[in-house]
Design a protein around this ligand. Structure first.
Ligand code: NAG
Ligand code: NAG
Ligand code: NAG
Length: 397
């Protein structure tokens, strides 16, 4: 009962403005790399921040054209997730060292993209979106901006979790984007969600999974904001030497699962400082709806509003046969949010699946793709290998 009460409290805390000790660009500079900050506006008025790590050698010669790697974070995360491990270990820097022009996306509602031209995040209107809108507006706007700025025609896409979901939605709903992506490296892919699980999903689905549920009464709002109180608690509990560190970890890792054998504990303070990075309640609701319905389809508003929005009782399903991008999947066995059974179902619908890599570690979980001790050997080296292989195909072709 106490846990339920605590969860509900977490939902109801409305964000005070987030003050990060170190934003992405300052971290990148501290890690010894150059960085650029780019701001753009989506067609529906959200203001997004992109970070770019240009190759250190290019400062003197603006004319070098490098292949682009665009990195898209998951739910409640931000551009920080790709750099926290630091030089030599973080995928963003590994790509830079391998000669790529690296761009880090940030979707609406997170720490770096919590702005709209007309609505303040203090109003519910700001939070009226889910990952469908992120896929239809944010990711296309960011990709077009990157391609326009660099004068290139296509890029490599690396996504984690919701960052994979939005790739499937975008390329199936806006087929022209298939041509703009040379390869998609998808970590912990999430499309069908029949088998997602974990304490969080089990506890919350009854409240938020049904259309017209509890949240409809209030409208969408910010989900699990990164406010000062949570941060203070986290800091206090997560000191390297604290004996209750694992308890604290369980709060943070409640949604994503916990693998204490491979998790790099020295990253904890930085993770607490940057996560959760902000998302709307509807984003979480949409995932839980998929879990209950067993379908990969658009947001369910309940049948009356579905008729108004979609002209039918049930939301339309996403058609994955339209996803023509060469896809590389990376998935694991102890992942609460990307279950092997669901991933195999997804694979059967993908017309251009190049490779699917099942991590040979039965404890591998949702966040190990970012922060495990052995993530470089297990995942990042393979991403580089696959991206380099696709890049040489493109050059030859
Ligand atoms: C870049 O290319 C343009 C046109 O080819 C040339 O005029 C310019 O000098 C080049 N700049 C550098 C820094 O090499
Ligand atoms: C864990 O993270 C720290 C901080 O980035 C890093 O210095 C250390 O090498 C990492 N350990 C492993 C085993 O990757
Ligand atoms: C899905 O897309 C394919 C290819 O465009 C099309 O042939 C098929 O009819 C579509 N399926 C549905 C259910 O719309």
């Amino acid at each position: 009962m106490k846990t339920i009460f605590k969860q509900i409290l977490l939902f109801l805390v409305i964000s005070t403005s987030t003050v990060l000790t170190l934003p992405t660009d300052e971290r990148i500079r501290k890690h010894g790399y150059p960085v650029e900050k780019h701001v753009l506006q989506t067609r529906d008025g959200y203001v997004l921040t992109l970070f770019r790590i240009p190759h250190p050698q290019d400062a003197a010669d603006q004319n070098t054209t490098r292949p682009i790697a665009f990195l898209q974070h998951g739910l409640l995360s931000s551009s920080d997730c790709w750099i926290l491990n630091g030089p030599g270990l973080a995928i963003a820097y590994m790509l830079v060292e391998d000669g790529y022009d690296v761009w880090l996306g940030n979707t609406r509602g997170n720490t770096y993209s919590k702005r709209h031209v007309n609505y303040s995040p203090f109003f519910q209107r700001f939070w009226l979106y889910d990952w469908h809108e992120i896929a239809m507006y944010d990711v296309p706007a960011m990709i077009d901006y990157v391609l326009y700025t660099t004068g290139q025609k296509s890029l490599h896409y690396v996504g984690h979790s919701q960052g994979t979901t939005v790739l499937f939605v975008m390329t199936s709903m806006i087929p022209s984007f298939n041509k703009k992506i040379k390869s998609a490296q998808l970590l912990a892919p999430v499309a069908w969600m029949n088998n997602i699980r974990g304490p969080f999903v089990d506890l919350i689905t009854p409240f938020l999974g049904l259309p017209n549920g509890f949240v409809e009464l209030f409208g969408s709002m910010e989900f699990l904001p990164n406010n000062m109180i949570l941060r203070a608690l986290g800091d206090q509990m997560c000191k390297e030497d604290s004996i209750i560190q694992e308890f604290c970890s369980n709060v943070i890792f409640l949604i994503c699962g916990w693998d204490k054998n491979s998790f790099n504990k020295s990253l904890m303070a930085d993770i607490i400082d940057t996560h959760p990075a902000g998302a709307s309640v509807n984003q979480v609701m949409h995932f839980l709806q998929e879990h209950l319905s067993g379908k990969f389809r658009q947001f369910d508003y309940g049948f009356l509003r579905n008729i108004v929005v979609y002209g039918r009782f049930t939301p339309p399903e996403y058609n994955l046969s339209k996803v023509k991008v060469p896809i590389f999947l990376y998935y694991g066995d102890n992942d609460y949010l990307s279950h092997p059974v669901d991933v195999h179902r997804l694979m059967s619908y993908l017309p251009n699946l190049k490779k699917a890599f099942r991590v040979p570690d039965k404890d591998w979980n949702h966040l190990d793709y970012l922060w495990a001790n052995n993530v470089k050997e297990m995942i990042f080296d393979k991403i580089l290998e696959n991206v380099n292989a696709m890049e040489s195909l493109v050059i030859k072709g």
